[in-house]
Structures are given as structure tokens and as C-alpha cells.
Design a protein around this ligand. Structure first.
Ligand code: NAI
Ligand code: NA
Length: 396
């Protein structure tokens, strides 16, 4: 069948297998072009199918020849329905990894559950013995806590007072004002349950208990800070509380890993178009202005460029780890540069529906968004029949 983008709200209901494959191939080519990284050889990536997690898996495999196990939650195709992009990405990744002679297996299921953790532990035990790097890159709106059985839903709300600011519907380009009512205590607690560090810690404890972490193993999770403009809804909002918890968890995990000489880090990454970030109010407008400014300065990066730099210049640079005063790795350093933020703040004030196409990179935003679903990629014939049924044996 011929597959076209079908939008509903902030999501795209279809995805293109060939385009997703091209996305993965482009990222692999980028990593190869940057040369080898003296990194980990056995890597577990939790949240491995899209965004920063996929980039981390690709960087490990094609930068350091690592064996990778990927965990994610994606849907295969069904009659008349395409798979989710992360499914196609993972199918393409595995196929490329196998062609290169690299071990790559995946587990498709709920990473928050005991069952999926059990499956991953057994797979590591059987195939790899131990892992020396664990990447934690989940982004989810919901989590069922396996101990209490309670299902928590995260919210994206300010804390303390209603927040009003500009936002854009990036499909239509219309700039409007949005007001978001403040969260209550329950909203905050639920968001921390879902996006905080609890599950990360459960993974690491389970791995450690069964002696599946190699001596000196490292684990890393991803966080975000961002500018004053988005602070009320991001870093000082409910999601920010979850990130505070995630960052505090890095210290608890680091303590626990001391006995095996292991390390735990949080890396603060740049704002980028992913399925998760496009659902946050105000953030897409910020990103479209940020892209414009960073592209003009020649310092724009996507997920793969960010993670390549994280691995090469920070995690595996061979010198002492560069962190901020809170122990965090900062690869949002270029986003947060004073000259970048000053310009974005100035453009923010000038933003209207009329000015945005000129002063912002709405086109770049839209293009990146469509790319996430395998659309608008160079070199793909979108008029051709696409075989939408991609079955991959090792994705369970
Ligand atoms: P994404 O939506 O592209 O990736 C999420 C991944 O989690 C996918 O692989 C998905 O399959 C997996 N997943 C979701 N629920 C799952 C479940 N229950 N079980 C197993 N897998 C599940 O998200 P993105 O943007 O790459 O986010 C990853 C991390 O990076 C998050 O912690 C996010 O806060 C952080 N981050 C994102 C930034 C951005 O601008 N996108 C900026 C800085 C940090
Ligand atoms: Na990810």
C-alpha cells in the first residue's frame, strides 16, 4: 500500500517503514563518519526505539561495536495499520547490526513491569553474561507500579499558579495564548511516579542483585532543564519535579554501585523534536525559535549528534568527567549559551502567527516531526508501494 502521513492532534497515526529505515541508516552513517569511540561493549538500552534512546543504541553499536539489547514499547503492524515508528526503527536497526556482525536483540513490552525486567535479565544472563552500560531513556505518560499495582498518569502542568504564555500549533502555524491551571499534590506525585527515578533504580537493583553488571559498569539517564521561558511548565512544573527526582536517584544509584566500582550519571540534553516533546505546551514554539538561532550559528544538533558528543567527549573521553555543580553532564551547553538564549528570548517577544514563519524555524520543526514517522526523508519514493508488514524474529 501507499503510506501517507495521517495526523490527529499532535500525533501522526501512520508511519513509513522505508523512511524509518532511512532514518536509522542516516544515523548509522553519521556515527561511522565520526570514527570509533572506546566505549562499552555490552549495552542495555531501556527506551531504545526512538529519540535519544535509539541514538544511544546506534552510537554504542556502530561507534564501539557493542552488543546491544533494546527494550521498548511499540506496536507491530496489523491489517490495514502501519506499525509505530519505533517498531520500524528497531527492525531496521537489528537488520543493519546483524549485517555488521553485531549482536542485537530486542524486547517489546512494558519496561515498568516485573515480567519485562525478568525477560531482560534472563536474556543478558543467557547471551551476554553481564552488561557494562545501561542507558535509561524512557518517556511515557503512564506507569503501573509493579509493587503497588497502582497505575499513575503524568501531567504537564505548572505548580503554584496558572501559567499563561504563547504556544504554536505547528501543523497550522497558528500562535495563540495558552493558559494551564496549576497541578495539585496528586498530579505532582503521579508525575514523579512515572517520570522520576524509581523505575531506573529498580532496573539497576535487579541487575546488580543477579550479578549482571560488570565491574565498573556505568548507567545514565536523560534529563532536561531549558530556559526561563518554559520554566513554569517544564523545570518548575510537574515534569521538573520528576526530573529532580531522577537526578537525585543518580546519587542513590551511584552509592549502590560503589561496591562494583560502577557509576551513575544524568545527562542534561538539548530540546529536540521527539514524540514526547511535541506533546508539551509552549515547548514546540521554543524549539522552533531555538532551531532557527542554533542553525544560523552553525551549532544545531539532532539526537544522534548529541549522543555522539556525549559518548565521545564526555562518557568515554578518557579524561575526568565534566559535570556541573549538581553532578550532571551538560550536553545542553550549546542550547544554554548566553548568546543563544538572549536571541531566543528576543524573538519570543516578537512572535505572532504572522512573524513566526520568518523569525522561527517552523519548517524545520515540521520536517523533523514528519521525519520521526519516516516521512519527508530524502531518497525515499513515497509514491511506491511500501511493504508495511515488517516481521522481525528477535523482537518479541
Ligand atoms: P521518545 O518518545 O522518543 O522515546 C521514548 C522511548 O521509551 C521509546 O523507545 C518508547 O518505546 C519507550 N517507552 C515508552 N514507554 C515504555 C514502556 N512502558 N516500556 C518500554 N518502553 C517504553 O522520547 P525522548 O524524547 O527520546 O525521551 C527520552 C528521555 O530523554 C526522557 O527522559 C526525556 O525526558 C529526555 N529528554 C528529552 C528531551 C527532548 O527534547 N526530547 C530533552 C532532554 C531530555
Ligand atoms: Na528514547
Amino acid at each position: 500500500m501507499i503510506i501517507e502521513p495521517r495526523m490527529r492532534g499532535f500525533i501522526c497515526l501512520t508511519s513509513h517503514p522505508k523512511g524509518c529505515e532511512q532514518n536509522v541508516k542516516n544515523q548509522i552513517e553519521y556515527i561511522k563518519s565520526k570514527g570509533p569511540i572506546e566505549g562499552a561493549k555490552k549495552v542495555l538500552v531501556i527506551g531504545a526505539s526512538t529519540g535519544f534512546g535509539l541514538a544511544s543504541r546506534i552510537t554504542s553499536a556502530f561507534g564501539s561495536d557493542a552488543a546491544t539489547i533494546g527494550v521498548f514499547f511499540e506496536k507491530p503492524s496489523a491489517e490495514g495499520k502501519t506499525a509505530t515508528p519505533g517498531w520500524y526503527n528497531s527492525a531496521a536497526f537489528e537488520s543493519e547490526a546483524h549485517k555488521a556482525g553485531l549482536y542485537a536483540k530486542s524486547i517489546n513490552g512494558d519496561a515498568f513491569s516485573n515480567e519485562v525486567k525478568r525477560e531482560a535479565l534472563d536474556l543478558i544472563k543467557a547471551d551476554l553474561g553481564q552488561v557494562d552500560l545501561v542507558i535509561y531513556s524512557l518517556a511515557s505518560p503512564v506507569r503501573t507500579n509493579p509493587i503497588t499495582g497502582v497505575t499513575h498518569r503524568s501531567v504537564l502542568k505548572p505548580i503554584g499558579q496558572t501559567y499563561t504564555n504563547k504556544t504554536v500549533d505547528f501543523h497550522t502555524g497558528k500562535v495563540t495564548e495558552v493558559s494551564i491551571a496549576p497541578a495539585n499534590e496528586e498530579d505532582i506525585a503521579n508525575t514523579v511516579e512515572v517520570m522520576g527515578g524509581d523505575d531506573w533504580s529498580m532496573w539497576i537493583e535487579a541487575l546488580k542483585k543477579e550479578n549482571l553488571l560488570a565491574d565498573g559498569a556505568t548507567t545514565i539517564a536523560y534529563s532536561y532543564i531549558g530556559p526561563e521561558l518554559t520554566e513554569a511548565v517544564y523545570r518548575k512544573g510537574t515534569i521538573g519535579r520528576a526530573k529532580d527526582h531522577l537526578e537525585a536517584t543518580a546519587f542513590t544509584i551511584a552509592d549502590s554501585l560503589k561496591s562494583i566500582g560502577g557509576k551513575a550519571y544524568v545527562s542534561v540534553n538539548k530540546a529536540l523534536v521527539t514524540q514526547s516533546s511535541s506533546a508539551i505546551p509552549v515547548v514546540p514554539l521554543y524549539i522552533s525559535l531555538l532551531y532557527k538561532v542554533m542553525k544560523e550559528k552553525g551549532i544545531h544538533e539532532g539526537c544522534i549528534e548529541q549522543i555522539q558528543r556525549l559518548f565521545k567527549d564526555r562518557l568515554y573521553s578518557g579524561s575526568e568527567m565534566l559535570t556541573d555543580d549538581k553532578g550532571r553532564i551538560r550536553i545542553d551547553d550549546w542550547e544554554m549559551r548566553e548568546d543563544v538564549q538572549e536571541e531566543v528570548a528576543k524573538l519570543w517577544l516578537e512572535t505572532t502567527t504572522e512573524t513566526l514563519p520568518e523569525i522561527g524555524d517552523l519548517e524545520g520543526y515540521r520536517n523533523d516531526f514528519l521525519n520521526l514517522f519516516g516521512f519527508e526523508l530524502e531518497g525515499i519514493d513515497y509514491k511506491a508501494e511500501a511493504n508495511e508488514l515488517v516481521q522481525v524474529e528477535s523482537i518479541k
